[in-house]
Design a protein around this ligand. Structure first.
Ligand SMILES: Nc1ncnc2c1ncn2[C@@H]1O[C@H](COP(=O)(O)OP(=O)(O)OP(=O)(O)O)[C@@H](O)[C@H]1O
Ligand SMILES: [Mg+2]
Length: 363
């Protein structure tokens, strides 16, 4: 499969501050790639380099196999949608959408055709004669997307396009953006710090920290086989449970031991050989700890104490005390527990993670 965007050894510094260092990334044709990371990690900087709004200190950028490193933004075949929609307030929606095309001297009938198509895809037909002040935030954001849509671009760049919207609108537009990608099949690069947007939209997620891509993978691989402690803790809400301990050799094989309690590692897929004595962190997601009758027959049992119950409607989140740790366990909303109750726990090691304490890498 050919690449749509290739980034080679990209570095960018603002004075003495290095934001991106030797970054490499290949984005496939038609792919929805999400750049995910916390504030200040360099997501917008990377996107702005691709857009041509920032000049890299070093490295090269290719779009459709063409070296665009020194090209003007308008010549790169990209369309960008920002967090702040920046529509022209005095122009109608129709004018906002067509302005760039008129400047580019696109024939009038062609403009009408493109407008009609964008209006249909984004369902903004009835709004074309209104001005931005007469639109809701979600409608304005659709117009902003429409402005990128009317131009025939190879690559769409989105920088937190939904973060100014309320939660309900955000989830609605998220679905629309997904639908847009399914119908257009353009390459899309989407920046967000919202893990739900990343998990739901992405073909692949590039998770960043300090200007460095920590893992680039299918969302489910990132979720189930995080490469390091940072990725494991960043994805998932509530966060993965982390238990510090060590690997110990027992007559039946290697186990994980924390505060004197053994956990068998049946089913754990290690990335390499595991050694007794190694200091490790066991990571288990709240939904991968089974409770009472969910624990399969014959599986290892742990006894825990219910500390707090947080009913959330569909789910019930429990905070349990076991082996000197407080762990979160996600169970069905129909199951209720009293504080102080004793419960049985089972740990699904097939989907657990082990990290070396020193390197913080998955083992
Ligand atoms: N013009 C600039 N001059 C100096 N430092 C800058 C400049 N622009 C950005 N930075 C710094 O570069 C780093 C990365 O910024 P960037 O805007 O890429 O972060 P981000 O990942 O998009 O964060 P957010 O989620 O808050 O938008 C930050 O530490 C920021 O302070
Ligand atoms: Mg940003």
């Amino acid at each position: 499969m050919s690449n749509s965007v290739s980034i080679r050894d990209l570095s960018l510094s603002f004075g003495a501050v290095t934001v991106l260092k030797d970054l490499n990334l290949d984005i496939r044709d038609g792919e929805f790639l999400v750049l995910l990371g916390s504030s200040g990690c360099g997501k917008s900087t990377l996107l702005n380099c691709i857009a041509g709004l920032l000049e890299p200190t070093d490295g090269q950028i290719f779009i459709k196999e063409r070296n665009v490193t020194w090209e003007e933004p308008k010549d790169r075949g990209i369309g960008m949608v920002f967090q702040s929609y920046a529509l022209y307030p005095q122009m109608t929606v129709e004018k906002n959408l067509s302005f760039g095309l008129r400047v580019a001297k696109v024939p009038e009938d062609k403009i009408r055709e493109k407008l009609a198509r964008a209006a249909e895809i984004l369902q903004i037909g009835p709004l074309l004669r209104r001005k931005p002040a007469e639109l809701s935030g979600g409608q304005r954001q659709r117009v902003a997307i429409g402005r990128a849509l009317v131009r025939d671009v190879d690559v769409f760049l989105f920088d937190e396009p939904l973060s100014n919207l309320d939660a309900k609108l955000r989830s609605e537009l998220r679905v629309e953006i997904k639908r847009l990608h399914q119908s257009l099949r353009n390459t899309m690069i989407y920046v967000t710090h919202d893990q739900i947007e990343a998990l739901t939209l992405a073909d692949r997620i590039a998770i960043m920290k300090g200007g460095v891509i920590q893992q680039l993978d299918d969302p489910m691989v990132i979720y189930n086989r995080p490469k390091n402690l940072f990725v494991a803790g960043f994805i998932g809400s509530p966060s993965m449970n982390f238990l510090r301990g060590e690997l110990v050799e027992r007559p039946n094989g290697l186990v994980f031991n924390t505060n004197g309690v053994d956990f068998v590692l049946d089913g754990y897929e290690a990335t390499g050989p595991l050694a007794a004595g190694q200091s490790v962190v066991l990571g288990v997601r709240p939904e991968h700890i089974l409770i009472d009758d969910e624990v399969p027959d014959g599986a290892e049992n742990h006894e825990a104490l219910v500390d707090i119950e947080e009913p959330m409607g569909a789910d019930n989140l429990l905070w349990l005390k076991h082996a000197g740790h407080v762990m979160s366990v996600r169970t069905s909303g129909t199951r209720r527990f009293l504080p102080g109750a004793r419960v049985r726990l089972g740990f699904n090691m097939q989907v657990a993670s082990l990290f070396d304490t020193e390197t913080e890498e998955r083992i």
